[in-house]
Design a protein around this ligand. Structure first.
Ligand code: G3P
Ligand code: MG
Length: 249
């Protein structure tokens, strides 16, 4: 059965308006009426799942170096808001559990992207899903995705009935989407916007997979993808994109 998805999924929360992958970003998305958000999860050195995008700390915190070499205590000392704007100074990198608390409080669905540090593809999926299994019940509003096939394999082996999505941003991977989607037993295929074509949307939909596209921030582009029959758009600016779409009931 197809997963029922919203037209728009807030990317890293609502990354256009608040520091990505933070509790504030989730709240901002919820305040805009977004129904689901996408968040990236990876492990600290001591195996705590945290919501964070990059392999390194420089871009979005006042720290430096690899996330894979930082303990949870190390990350707790860092500040993850002022790179975005002074108004967010002092906010922290959230754990997966802290993020889920806010999602439940605000009634949001979750696309959790497994974003492992290199070499930790299986472990990241296993630890994140293990934590999630204790705190998330609503499987109609949960989608586990990854670019990493080993992470999706681990998710499939651990929690076969949780919906999975295959992320694709490269042409050579796209050429094999059918075999990969079949092998990984996914419900959805998520494609980078520059690779997507109308024909591809039709092909993927014909095989009964959901089609998602990332990351769409411009109204014209959003309308184009909607007219092609894309199921959901990831957006940093969900309010702008939502405004531009026709409402489908
Ligand atoms: O899950 C969609 C999108 O988040 C994938 O790319 O780099 O923003 O995690 P990235
Ligand atoms: Mg992501």
């Amino acid at each position: 059965m197809r997963l029922k998805l919203p037209q728009i999924i807030g990317h890293r929360g609502a990354a256009g308006y608040a520091p990505e992958n933070t509790l504030e970003s989730i709240h901002t998305a919820a305040d805009m009426g977004v129904e689901w958000v996408e968040l990236d999860v990876k492990l600290t050195k001591d195996q705590v799942p945290v919501i964070f995008h990059d392999e390194t700390l420089e871009r979005t915190t006042n720290g430096s170096g690899l996330v894979a070499e930082a303990t949870y205590e190390d990350l707790r000392q860092l500040e993850a808001g002022s790179w975005f704007s002074d108004g967010f100074a002092g906010i922290k990198i959230p754990t997966l559990e802290e993020a889920v608390d806010v999602l439940l409080e605000r009634g949001l669905g979750l696309n959790l992207e497994i974003k492992p540090c290199p070499g930790r593809e299986r472990e990241t999926a296993e630890v994140a899903l293990d934590v999630l299994s204790g705190i998330w019940d609503d499987h109609e509003r949960l989608l586990i995705s990854s670019f990493q096939h080993v992470s999706l394999e681990a998710a499939r082996d651990m929690a076969q009935d949780w919906a999975r999505g295959l992320l694709i941003a490269e042409e050579d991977v796209l050429a094999n989407w059918r075999d990969l989607a079949d092998y990984l037993d996914v419900k959805t295929v998520h494609i980078g916007s520059r690779l997507l074509t109308r024909e591809l949307v039709e092909d993927i939909s014909d095989e009964d997979y959901g089609v998602l596209v990332f990351t769409v921030n411009e109204p014209d582009e959003a309308r184009k993808f909607q007219s092609w029959g894309v199921d959901s758009l990831f957006s940093d600016r969900p309010d702008v994109v939502k405004e531009s779409l026709l409402t489908v009931h």
